[in-house]
Design a protein around this ligand. Structure first.
Ligand code: SAH
Length: 466
């Protein structure tokens, strides 16, 4: 039996159980000196150890294949044997003869290095070796150009040796041609071994670290989605486009500019979610209504909104359908517009600053927000209206309704001691699907919370629910 065994990056606790078993039952163990040294503690005393030198791999492979017929022969490779390791060569030497062989995978350097840096390979990535001992350099250069252009993260193996020093410089020039100098780059030397060193820098500053880079170093060049989060190198997977956690994180980041506050932000978010879930669970609402109402409670940090929020005529379902259909959202003020999820922002319109608003307001004796709605008149028909601030907009909306202009959904949370409560009762009696915060309270945060919760539910449904 012949086993080609990956031993991982170095530390024995990153060896797989299967690799350990194969090593412990080996009659013969072959590998280069460095790898044998790394696993010497677990090599049985009865095993014959054959240390091979770099450059003698083919010879070793042939020997292993011959012996593998009679004995348990283990060839060890660093990391994963199928990644720039011995597995391919062994299988080539065996060809189609029926020798019993198995490949035992291991943790490759890119995985080990990535884990030490953070999570830089969380999205698409490529691996490239700068060693031109077996692949001609012009070919490697072509691959580098393609990868640099592609804009995905790239893990570089074999970056530099004592004799091969120019390849890294050339690779650097290629990446600088196609990528922003600010792109994050991580270096990990001797991952999970004695002599461990790592660094997160930028592409343009990489030459400052050339002296640290050697044959035991893996370099990970990030991409535009790669960020420094809490001192760690993280390539965003895209969750930020789908979930709201990132908004919390960004707020925390902006206000503190410190990585450790991200974790704190996430904790606060989790705790808040639990508190809100507890509050909404006491109300006889549908699951979707709880989600939307909970968002309002969360935005205001005020459970009493549970007693004020009213859903009429299946407004959430209407809203989800509307978002799915790409309906326009018309808001009363810019602040409401600004708060609406970036996933839908191109569909949000506000006319309060339209050049004609002032003129109409003066002529018709309207507030500017109401005048904005008058301008939006035709757009309001069968679209979504979100009023977060101005009661006068609700009055204008009533006038439009009388003209037969019906929106698909009304979200009305205007605030104020004067009129607000009354106009919201009027909205509730229109027969149009609506979500309203009763009484004088409400405001932009509530309006934004409601519409964003609906957008989020819609995205979830599109993903197939969760
Ligand atoms: N089969 C191995 C790779 C062999 S090529 C694997 O899967 O990991 C050798 C290259 O791997 C080195 O030049 C270096 O770039 C990388 N490498 C291997 N072990 C490493 C370690 N412990 N730390 C950092 N890089 C390592």
């Amino acid at each position: 039996m012949l086993s080609v065994v990956g031993i991982g990056p170095g530390s024995l606790d990153l060896l797989t159980e299967r690799a350990r078993t194969r090593i412990s039952s080996a009659d013969v163990i072959m590998g280069n000196e460095r790898y044998i040294e790394l696993i010497k503690k677990i090599i049985p005393t009865s095993s014959e150890v054959i240390i091979g030198k770099m450059g003698t791999e083919v010879e070793r492979a042939k020997k292993a294949v011959v012996w593998g017929n009679r004995k348990n022969v283990v060839i060890v490779s660093g990391g994963d044997p199928g990644i720039y390791g011995m597995a391919g060569l062994i299988l080539e030497v065996i060809g189609d003869s029926d020798i019993d062989v198995e490949i035992v995978p291991g943790i490759t350097a890119a995985s080990a290095a990535a884990a030490l840096l953070g999570a830089p390979l969380s999205n698409d990535f490529a691996v490239v070796s700068l060693s031109d001992l077996l692949v001609p350099w012009p070919e490697i250069e072509k691959r580098l150009e393609g990868l640099a252009m592609m804009g995905i993260a790239v893990a570089i193996y074999n970056p530099k040796s004592k004799t091969r020093t120019t390849q890294l410089e050339k690779a650097y020039e290629i990446f600088m041609r196609f990528r922003d100098g600010k792109t994050l780059v991580g270096l990990v030397k001797n991952a999970e071994r004695v002599g461990y060193y790592s660094e997160i820098t930028t592409l343009s500053d990489l030459p400052d670290f050339y002296h640290q880079i050697d044959m035991s170093t893996t370099i990970i060049i990030g991409c535009s989605g790669t960020k420094n989060i809490g001192g760690r190198m993280v390539t965003r997977r895209g969750y930020e486009n789908k979930y709201d956690y990132v908004r919390v994180e960004e707020t925390v980041n902006q206000s503190h500019e410190r990585g450790d506050s991200v974790a704190a932000g996430a904790r606060v978010w989790e705790q808040s979610k639990a508190i809100v879930a507890e509050i909404v669970s006491k109300y006889p609402l549908s699951e979707y209504e709880r989600r939307v109402a909970g968002r309002v409670v969360f935005a205001n940090a005020d459970p009493s909104f549970m007693d004020l929020i009213v859903f009429k005529h299946n407004p959430i379902e209407k809203g989800i359908q509307g978002i799915q259909d790409g309906k326009t959202i018309i808001t009363d003020i810019e602040m409401v517009k600004a708060g609406i999820s970036k996933r839908y922002k191109e569909k949000v319109k506000c006319f309060v600053n339209n050049p004609k608003t002032r003129e109409i307001a003066v002529k018709e004796n309207l507030t500017r927000t109401a005048a904005g709605f008058r301008i939006a008149k035709e757009l309001i028909r069968d679209n979504i209206v979100v009023i977060g601030n101005a009661p006068s907009t609700c009055l204008e909306l009533s006038a439009l309704l009388e003209e037969g202009i019906k929106p698909a959904l009304i979200i009305a949370t205007p605030v104020g001691f004067v009129n607000a409560a009354d106009v919201k009762e009027d909205v509730l009696s229109t027969g149009i699907p609506c979500i309203v915060i009763r009484g004088p309270r409400g405001g932009t945060p509530s309006a934004v919370a409601i519409i964003n919760a609906i957008i989020e539910l819609c995205m979830e449904e599109e993903r197939g629910g969760n």
